[in-house]
Design a protein around this ligand. Structure first.
Ligand code: BT5
Length: 256
């Protein structure tokens, strides 16, 4: 089925062939009052965004490029990060269901696959908070998943990029992944609404807890043992000097 024909009950899915960034569209729609459940999905982005002003690249028609609009319940500062976490868990679930690949989350918002001791990034997530006058803030969760990116294009994306095509050795149906992902978002959201915190499940899916890692932040590079995440999802690193340092943002890699 073409991506543009995909529907799922409970979701308002808007497919566009080419956009600047699905996150930008979802943020604008949220400002205009769009309701939770809106999803923008595109075959191509001309200005795909990563965190910290970085870019997200994807050859047209090869990937899942999408943004979901959420209107988190109060208190926003507790609920919004948990919605991002449950989307990450749902993304890992979908990849595992559809491809059998043992995908793991990499703090804070990546999906990686490790093969023969080497990890590669197969998806990234960008959560952004939107605001509008006289209205509560809302949340946009953007996901870029490298589905059928051919091997020759991977080095144009990032040195450590991979795709599901490359990992599983065969093309993967984007519609099947999208359907599985939305199914798992529904499932995990229902559990969260019933009062169960998604953080422990998210933590369980994180790669490298207990391992020595390098954390790169805008203020420096730190090496230590990734001991845990705290109640807000921040990473807790045990530094060689013995003290623990908390990171709310950064890029983590395994110590070389
Ligand atoms: C992310 O940022 O990983 C978040 C990416 C979110 C992209 C989605 S696509 C749909 C929605 N609309 C948007 O505009 N964005 C969201 P970050 O952790 O900052 O990683 C960005 C870095 O990943 C870049 O600097 C590159 O090094 C690398 N990169 C870019 N494209 C990649 C790809 N397709 N696969 C793997 N790595 C990539």
């Amino acid at each position: 089925m073409p991506l543009g024909d995909f529907r799922r009950e409970g979701w308002d899915i808007r497919y566009l062939e080419r956009v600047t960034s699905t996150n930008t569209l979802a943020l604008e729609a949220g400002r205009q009052g769009a309701t939770e459940g809106l999803v923008f999905i595109a075959d191509e982005q001309t200005a795909g965004r990563g965190r910290l002003e970085r870019r997200w690249f994807a050859p047209p028609g090869t990937s899942l490029l999408m943004s979901l609009l959420f209107r988190p319940a109060e208190p926003f500062s507790y609920t919004a990060p948990r919605i991002t976490m449950l989307c990450g868990v749902a993304l890992a679930d979908a990849v595992i269901d559809v491809t059998g690949q043992a995908a793991q989350l990499k703090w804070p918002n990546d999906l990686i696959i490790t093969r023969e001791g080497t990890w590669r990034k197969v998806a990234g997530m960008l959560s952004e908070v939107g605001t509008a006058p006289d209205a509560p803030p809302f949340l946009v969760v953007g996901i870029g998943l490298n589905v059928n990116v051919p091997p020759a294009s991977l080095s144009d994306l990032a040195p450590n990029a991979t795709s599901l095509l490359v990992e599983s050795g065969q093309p993967v149906e984007r519609v099947a992944l999208l359907d599985a992902f939305l199914h798992h978002v529904e499932e995990h959201s229902a559990v969260f609404r019933a009062g169960i915190d998604p953080l422990p499940q998210w933590r369980q899916r994180l790669a490298w807890i207990g391992a020595t890692v390098r954390v790169q932040t805008p203020t420096g590079v730190f090496t230590g043992v990734a001991e845990d995440v705290d109640d807000s999802g921040a990473l807790l690193l045990r530094l060689p000097a013995g003290c623990q340092q908390r990171f709310s943002t950064g890029d983590v890699s395994l110590r070389p």
